[in-house]
Design a protein around this ligand. Structure first.
Ligand code: NDP
Length: 689
C-alpha cells in the first residue's frame, strides 16, 4: 500500500449524540484503484452498550412520538436533500473503485429507494402509530368477542451490519423501512468503504431532521455490541455466509431470540430458454445481461450472475458471444471515460477472487480471460485492485460442485449446459438458494415451467424477453416494492418488498377482546363498537368527525321501473335484470333482480348530503360485495359509519374510510363496502387552499 502523504480523513462514529473518533490513529483504508491511503478507521474505546441504550431510550422514544406519515415525511425531506448533494457522494465513491455507472445504483438507487419507501408509506399505511392488519375475526356467535392483528414498532435498536459493495444503498434500503416503522438504527458499514457511508450519515445528521438517537453509525469494529442485544433489537446482516453464520450463532442473539436477517453469498443464475436460439432478441438480451452483470461494479454485486445455464448445443455460441463482448470491456481508473470497468474494492479482494477462480477451474475450464494478467487502459496493475473478466465452462455441471458452491466475488461466471427444462431447474437448484435468477425466453410455457420450478430457491426471478427489452429494470437491481433476499445459502432473509419491509421492524400481535376495546386500541371503528348519531357526518370536518359517527338513512323501495330505467340508461341489460324466465333458471335468483351498481348508486343517493361542505371528493370503494339479491319491491336502508380517519401531513384534507352497509326490509345485508372520501381538516377551507 502506497502512502503518498496526502491527507487522509480519520473516520468517526456517531454514537450517544456525538461524533467520536476511536482511540488511536486507526487502520488505514486504501483507495481501491490507486492504493493510496484514503481514510483511517477505528472504533476502539467506544461505549457500545451505551450506544444501544441511547438508541432505545432517546431515539426510539422520539420516533414513536411521531406517526408513520410524519416519519415518512422526514425521510422524504432527507432524500430530496441528499439528491441535491449527490455529486459529493459520487466523488467520494471513486475511492471504492466504482465508475459513475457503477455508483449509480448505489447512490441514486439508494436515495431513490428511501424516497420510494417514504412515498409508499404515506399512500399505503395509516397516519397512525399502530397498524391494524387484516380482517377483524369474529370469535363469538353474538359478536361480543373479536380478534385482529396489530403492528407496533419494536422497542429496541435496528442494528444494520452492511457489506462493502453498496455503502449507500445498503444503508438507506435498511434504515428507510426501520425508521418509518419507528425503530432507531445503528449502522455498521463494512470497513473497506465506510468513508462513503460515514459521509452520507454526516450529511443526514447535519440536516437536523431526524430526532437525536434515531440514527447512529459505528465506523470500525463493533466490539462487544452484540453482547448487549435484547429480544427487542433486530440485527440485519449483509456479507459473507461465514460471518453471517457466526453472528447468527452469537450467544446473546440465540438466547434472546433476536430477529436476525441475513443476506449472504448467492450463486445467482441466468437461464437461456430453448427457444432463445442465436438470432432471436432473447439470445441477444441474455448475452447483454450476463455481460452487464459480470462487469458492473467489477462483478462485486450480491445479485451478479455467476452461473450461465444454457441449452445443450448452445454453449459454444454463448461463449463466443460473451467473449466478444467481454473482450471489448476496457479496464481502468474509475474516472477514466475510456474505462468500462474499474477496480475491485481492495487488493485483498483481488487475491480472494483469484483463489476462487483457481478452485472453480478444477472442475471447469477457463474459456476467456487470464486471472494472472491485468490489461489496463489507465491505472497501475500493482497498486490498484484490477482484474479483467474471466469466463469458465463447466462440461459436467450435474456432478461438479465448485461452480455451484464457490462464489468468486468479481467479474467471473461459469457457462454450463442443460438437457431439458427439468435439468435446467436442477442446475439452478444446485446453488442451494439464491437472491435472484433470470430466465430469458419468449415462450410462455417455458417461462411458466422454469419460474415455478426455480421459485422455491429464489427471492426474485426476472423474465427477460423482447417486449420488455427497453423497460426492464434488469436482473441485478433489487427494487423497493419487491422482495430482496433468498432462501438457504442466500441467508434466508427478506428485505424491502414494499410495506412488508416496514413491517419487518414491527411486532405483529394478535389482540382479542370486545369490539369497543379493540376499536380503542387500533383507532379504527369495528362492527359492534359504539356509534354516535346526530349531525350528518358529511357536515363534519376532520376536526369534528370521530370514529363511530354514524348515519342511518331513510328507506327506498326498488321498483321494476327503477331497474328498467337503469338498464336502458346505462346499457346494462343483462338477462338477470330483464328476463324473468332466464333469471329464474339461474341458480342464484328467484326472479329478476336489481343491478348491484344500482344498489350502490341508490345507497349514495340515500347517504349523501348534497350541500357544499367538508367532504371534498369520493375516491373509490374497497371490498364491494353484493351479498343478497334485491327483488322488485324490496326496501333498502344504509348504515354509514366513520371507520378510519387518516389526516394527510402537509395538506388541508385527509382520507376518511366509511363502513357502508346496505340492508333490506328483513335486515339482511344486501351490500357491504368501504366508501373512501377526502375530507377537509377544517371547514370552511382556509383561504389559501
Ligand atoms: P464480511 O462477512 O467479511 O463482512 C460483512 C460485514 O460484517 C462487514 O460490515 C464487516 O465489518 C462485518 N463483520 C465482520 N465480522 C464481524 C464481527 N465479528 N462482528 C460484527 N460485524 C462483523 O463480508 P465482506 O463485506 O467483506 O464481503 C465478503 C463476501 O461477502 C463477499 O466476497 C461476498 O461473497 C459476500 N457478500 C455478499 C453480499 C450479499 O448481499 N449477499 C454483499 C456483499 C458481499 P468489517 O468490514 O469492519 O469487517
Amino acid at each position: 500500500m502506497l502512502d503518498t502523504g496526502r491527507t487522509a480523513r480519520r473516520l468517526e462514529s456517531y454514537v450517544q449524540g456525538a461524533w467520536r473518533a476511536g482511540q488511536g490513529e486507526g487502520k488505514p483504508l486504501a483507495n481501491a484503484a490507486t492504493g493510496e491511503v484514503h481514510a483511517y478507521i477505528g472504533s476502539d474505546g467506544l461505549d457500545f452498550a451505551g450506544a444501544l441504550d441511547w438508541g432505545r431510550e432517546v431515539g426510539g422514544k422520539a420516533l414513536r412520538g411521531h406517526t408513520i406519515h410524519e416519519r415518512a415525511l422526514m425521510l422524504k425531506s432527507i432524500g430530496m436533500k441528499l439528491m441535491e448533494m449527490k455529486d459529493e457522494f459520487y466523488a467520494e465513491s471513486l475511492a471504492t473503485g466504482a465508475t459513475a455507472r457503477d455508483a449509480w445504483p448505489d447512490i441514486d438507487g439508494g436515495i431513490g429507494t428511501m424516497l420510494t419507501f417514504a412515498s409508499k408509506a404515506r399512500r399505503e399505511l395509516p397516519n397512525a402509530r399502530v397498524i391494524p392488519e387484516g380482517a377483524v375475526e369474529g370469535l363469538s356467535r353474538d359478536g361480543s368477542f373479536v380478534g385482529q392483528h396489530i403492528l407496533v414498532p419494536m422497542r429496541g435498536v435496528a442494528i444494520h451490519i452492511n457489506a462493502f459493495n453498496f455503502p449507500v444503498w445498503g444503508m438507506l434500503e435498511k434504515i428507510a423501512p426501520a425508521l418509518i416503522a419507528g425503530m432507531p438504527c445503528l449502522v455498521k458499514p463494512a470497513s473497506a468503504t465506510a468513508y462513503l457511508s460515514e459521509l452520507v450519515v454526516r450529511r443526514i445528521l447535519e440536516m437536523g431532521i431526524l430526532p437525536d438517537g434515531a440514527l447512529q453509525i459505528v465506523c470500525g469494529g463493533v466490539g462487544d455490541l452484540l453482547d448487549h442485544v435484547t429480544g427487542q433489537d433486530i440485527v440485519t446482516f449483509t456479507g459473507s455466509a461465514s460471518t453471517g453464520r457466526k453472528l447468527k450463532a452469537h450467544p446473546a442473539i440465540v438466547e434472546n431470540s433476536v430477529r436476525f436477517t441475513m443476506e449472504a453469498d448467492s450463486l445467482n443464475a441466468a437461464i437461456l430458454g430453448p427457444d432463445a436460439v442465436p438470432g432471436t432478441p432473447e439470445f441477444d438480451l441474455f448475452i447483454k445481461e450476463v455481460h452487464r452483470e459480470m462487469t458492473a461494479k467489477a462483478g462485486q454485486k450480491c445479485t451478479a450472475i455467476r452461473r450461465v445455464i444454457v441449452p445443450k448445443g448452445q454453449e459454444q455460441a454463448v461463449i463466443e458471444a460473451l467473449s466478444d463482448r467481454l473482450g471489448k470491456t476496457p479496464l481502468g481508473l474509475p474516472d477514466d471515460a475510456n474505462a468500462r470497468m474499474s477496480a475491485l474494492a481492495s487488493l485483498g479482494d483481488r487475491d480472494g477472487v483469484r483463489e476462487k477462480i483457481a478452485e472453480i477451474s478444477r472442475e471447469a475450464e477457463i474459456v476467456f480471460g487470464d486471472p494472472s494478467r491485468v490489461e489496463l487502459v489507465s491505472g497501475d496493475a500493482e497498486t490498484g485492485a484490477f482484474l479483467n473478466p474471466v469466463l469458465l465452462h463447466c462440461a459436467d455441471p450435474l456432478t461438479a460442485t465448485a461452480p455451484h458452491d464457490i462464489e468468486a466475488f468479481g467479474p467471473v461466471a461459469t457457462v454450463m449446459a442443460y438437457d431439458g427444462l427439468e435439468e435446467a431447474v436442477t442446475l439452478a437448484m444446485k446453488g442451494k438458494g439464491s437472491l435472484v435468477s433470470s430466465v430469458f425466453t419468449n415462450d410462455p410455457a417455458v417461462a411458466a415451467e422454469l419460474v415455478i420450478g426455480v421459485a422455491p430457491f429464489h427471492g426474485r426471478v426476472m423474465l427477460g424477453n423482447r417486449d420488455s427489452a427497453k423497460t426492464s429494470t434488469g436482473h441485478g437491481a433489487p427494487l423497493a416494492p419487491l422482495v430482496h433476499g433468498g432462501p438457504g445459502r442466500a441467508g434466508g432473509g427478506e428485505e424491502m418488498g414494499g410495506m412488508r419491509g416496514v413491517k419487518h421492524f414491527m411486532m405483529r400481535t394478535a389482540v382479542q377482546g370486545t369490539p369497543r376495546l379493540l376499536s380503542a386500541v387500533t383507532g379504527e371503528w369495528v362492527a359492534g363498537a359504539p356509534v354516535a348519531q346526530g349531525t350528518h357526518p358529511f357536515r363534519k370536518s376532520l376536526a369534528e368527525l370521530a370514529i363511530g359517527d354514524q348515519l342511518v338513512t331513510e328507506r327506498r323501495v326498488i321498483s321494476e321501473e327503477d331497474v328498467e330505467h337503469f338498464a336502458h340508461f346505462t346499457g346494462d341489460t343483462f338477462y338477470a335484470h330483464m328476463d324473468s324466465d332466464a333469471a329464474k333458471a339461474n341458480p342464484f335468483f328467484d326472479d329478476r333482480v336489481a343491478h348491484g351498481y344500482l344498489i350502490a348508486s341508490f345507497a349514495a343517493g340515500l347517504f349523501v348530503q348534497p350541500d357544499p361542505g367538508p367532504v371534498l371528493a369520493n375516491y373509490g370503494v374497497d371490498n364491494l360485495r353484493f351479498l343478497t339479491p334485491v327483488y322488485f319491491g324490496d326496501s333498502l336502508q344504509v348504515q354509514l359509519t366513520c371507520k378510519q380517519i387518516n389526516p394527510r401531513e402537509g395538506t388541508v384534507y385527509g382520507e376518511v374510510r366509511w363502513d357502508c352497509r346496505v340492508t333490506n326490509q328483513n335486515d339482511e345485508v344486501v351490500a357491504e363496502y368501504d366508501v373512501l372520501t377526502m375530507v377537509a381538516k377544517s371547514w370552511p377551507l382556509p383561504q389559501e387552499a
